[in-house]
Design a protein around this ligand. Structure first.
Ligand SMILES: [Zn+2]
Length: 471
């Protein structure tokens, strides 16, 4: 459908058909054409243009926040030849000053002063995180708290974390409980591309078999108590015929093989939740390497292909070293977690060769014990939001906290609201991960005048279309 001078990460992610063909392009830019067409869609390739030509920072595109490198209007004007160019979407810097624009030419050509692939990567890897002084102080406080936590009595731990929430509320990005920035960016990109193409642009739909969204239920078992009270949550799932994934900590308590066998027999999945649950697995590369063989040994013994890091400790470069098929330690938005942040993504994405499955509902402990919400309204509303964006509602609850009726009853009401919804793909995390890999190895091709899915997802994948905006 398109020819491009460079790989285009946005198309790769959504599996929009294009081929890379050499062509003339301004230095530091990549350029797309509709195959056989004249108009051009030019973007700035991340890393190819250095300061002062491109400035890295926090910006807003029509109000939509992002972090990345942007080529300012004063530079863009010297690049854009012809008289038909006009700035159509303003980009403002942190002080609200307009510094750059998306430009349109009278022939339909487009100039993007940034690389959408870089922006996506910065969201996913949380490289948008506030680098300002107040953010550094916040992070130092959180680190201090976790350093002294082991010697604090539990009630004092809780009281301190509740206190922290007032500090953490000052975080302006990502917003909680919903941060739509990344998905707004996807919509904006599809609008631009479809307007440029002038025809519906095909891509490989997100979920298999025509499902609109995905529902993924996961649990972390924190202690031996949690091990003994699995049924508080599992019974609710049985009521609704749901399956789920259970992450156990290898060396913190004894995990009875019969418990695991029982879960597997019901179609559930077993995952690894760190090694000791002391928040140290990813403290340094040395520590990780020291602990890894034992974690891998348990993964093998349990048949586990998934990892969830205790206290969602994470490191973009190290997660692939764990050697799991997927990781599920990132949130879409989590200002109140021990390790705050958020990838803003309701969809899976890759960290090198590891599939990342972001947690997209607030954790039970955070919602009820820390923020002291009286009920599950945030869960229900957020699930509706993610569903409306065709995302993955990935829930994390703990049997350890399920003696709190707000957790158990809230979970029951959440499952009740989605019960019987046939538009949902009810999947285990390992199934989502396997699908995401399959999808990444598949594409959309025109065969006999019809767009079809080709590759391993040919049987279950569907072609979706981005429609040109009406105007
Ligand atoms: Zn945990």
């Amino acid at each position: 459908m398109f020819d491009s001078t460079h790989p285009f990460a946005f198309f790769d992610y959504f599996r929009v058909p294009y081929q890379v063909v050499p062509g003339e392009v301004p230095a530091g830019c990549g350029r797309l054409r509709v195959t056989g067409g004249d108009a051009t869609f030019t973007w700035v390739v991340a890393g190819a243009v250095a300061p002062p030509v491109a400035q890295r920072g926090r910006y807003r595109l029509d109000g939509l926040p992002f972090f990345g490198s942007v080529v300012p209007d004063r530079v863009a004007k010297t690049w854009l030849h012809g008289t038909g160019w006009r700035p159509v979407h303003p980009i403002t810097d942190h002080s609200g000053r307009q510094v750059a624009s998306i430009w349109l030419d009278s022939d339909g050509s487009v100039f993007l002063p940034f690389d959408p692939g870089e922006l996506m990567h910065r969201f996913w890897s949380e490289a948008h995180q506030d680098a300002g002084r107040s953010a550094q102080v916040r992070r130092a406080l959180v680190r201090l708290y976790y350093a002294i936590r082991p010697v604090l009595p539990r009630p004092l731990q809780l009281a301190l974390r509740r206190r922290f929430t007032t500090v953490q509320q000052k975080t302006t990005f990502p917003n909680w409980p919903v941060e739509p920035a990344l998905h707004d960016l996807y919509d904006r990109m599809f609008d631009l591309v479809a307007r440029f193409a002038g025809v519906p642009v095909p891509w490989l739909d997100l979920w298999p078999d025509g499902h609109d969204w995905a529902l993924v239920l996961t649990h972390d078992v924190e202690t031996a108590d949690g091990c003994a009270t699995l049924d508080l949550l599992r019974d609710i799932e049985r009521e609704f015929g749901e399956r789920s994934s259970w992450n156990f900590v290898p060396l913190r308590y004894h995990t009875d093989d019969r418990v695991l066998d029982g879960l597997r027999a019901e179609g559930c999945e077993i995952g690894v939740h760190g090694l000791l649950h002391d928040g140290r697995d990813l403290a340094s590369l040395r520590m990780l390497n020291r602990r890894l063989p034992e974690m891998r040994r348990y993964a093998k013994r349990w048949g586990a292909v998934g990892f969830r890091s205790p206290a969602t400790q994470r490191n973009w470069d190290w997660m692939p070293l764990l050697g799991f098929d997927y990781d599920t330690s990132y949130h879409d938005t989590a200002p109140y977690e021990p390790r705050p942040g958020g990838s803003c993504s309701y969809y899976p994405y890759f960290i090198q060769d590891t599939v990342e499955l972001p947690i997209t509902l607030p954790q039970d402990h955070t919602l009820f014990a820390i923020l002291q919400h009286p009920d599950e309204k945030v869960w229900i509303d957020k699930a509706a939001t993610v569903r409306a964006r065709r995302g993955m509602v990935l829930v994390l609850t703990h049997p350890d906290y399920a003696t709190d009726p707000r957790v158990a009853e809230g979970y029951r009401r959440l499952l009740k609201t989605v019960h019987g919804d046939t538009s949902a793909w009810r999947a285990l995390p390992r199934e989502v991960s396997a699908w995401w890999r399959e999808r990444a190895r598949s594409g959309v091709e025109r065969v006999d005048d019809k767009w079809r899915v080709t590759g391993p997802a040919a049987g279950s994948g569907r072609v979706a279309f981005a429609q040109p905006p009406v105007s």
